[in-house]
Design a protein around this ligand. Sequence first.
Ligand code: SAM
Length: 358
Amino acid sequence: MSRRIATFDDFRDAVTAYRLPRVLIAGIELDLFTTIGTAAWTVSELARDVKVSERGLAILCRNLAMAGLLKKRGETYTNSRLGATALNAYHPAYRGDYLRLITSHWADWGRLLESVKTGLPLDHDEPEEPGYRRRFTWAMHHRTLETAPKIAAQINLRGARTLLDLGGGPGTYAMAFLAKNPMLRATVCDRPAALDVAREIASTHKAGARLSHVPLDLLTEAIPGTYDVIWYSNVLHIYSPKDNQAVFRRALTALNPGGRLLIQDAFLHDRDGLFPEEASLFAVSMLLFTERGNTYSAAEARVWLTDAGFQRIKVLRMKKGTEDWEDGILDARAPGTNAKTRLRRTGSARSLRPRSSH
Ligand SMILES: C[S@@+](CC[C@H](N)C(=O)[O-])C[C@H]1O[C@@H](n2cnc3c(N)ncnc32)[C@H](O)[C@@H]1O
């Protein structure tokens, strides 16, 4: 919904927009796309297989076909391309962990008033509980596995040799940066259970040999080592302004002179903090699931960065349709000049530079 609600009809349309999401979630809950697979089914065959009523399934399938997720020809249904791949548990492109996470949010959003009343998250899985952390980390991988390479392709890390993926979870972004930059080495910092998943993912990629893993509570512990780049993606919104300011100060001490802190998040872009819609709605998730999280504007984060001692702060815009979030990535520099850049400027770095390949 990108339009404003002005009339009662607008209001009714906005409220009843729950209908299609509920139909889609029912399809996922029945694991219908997996059952359909690559075959053509009549409703009665399918109803027998998934053990639901024929009447109920006929109406559900018709709506899934209306939405484009199934194809209907006469009396038979087949999968759409999306249904047969990302929604099908037997396909390698299946994104089941993320599907489970977002469909489970349906029940959580139904309890929104509880959090509005108390200002506290729903009593939920403990973020430190290893089983929960493992499932969530796989969900984050399934969320970004297509986006991360597109982002990495647009961020110029030439000259950088070391990158820290702070709160990197599955390390999907770190892996994408490594794949794009053959001279780079990366480290993922996160909770131990998240790092187990990151290790499993890295072991399936050649570039994974250049990835290391360091368990860290990023909220309370100093960041070990120093880096040319720190990538802080989708963590800002979990914490309060004060928490993030403290993280920024610690990040500065972990950057080499002239090093970069890159922050990717659901930034708001207007003075009143209303838009984009996705960033405003994401704050509701933070109310439901975190103690102090929220969404922030890039302007607010810029002030925190300046206070922490960062310089030359700018916004990197990604090509439309390739972004994780629509309002860009903050790029802030530690004071000083990176040693390699300094040498290159004076001309004495020639021998350090790899020979140009073109
Ligand atoms: C929403 S996920 C983002 C993962 C990844 N950076 C991405 O952009 O897809 C947030 C990550 O931050 C990690 N995280 C949050 N608080 C943390 C803390 N105090 N110490 C270590 N990791 C933390 C979580 O475990 C999780 O992996």
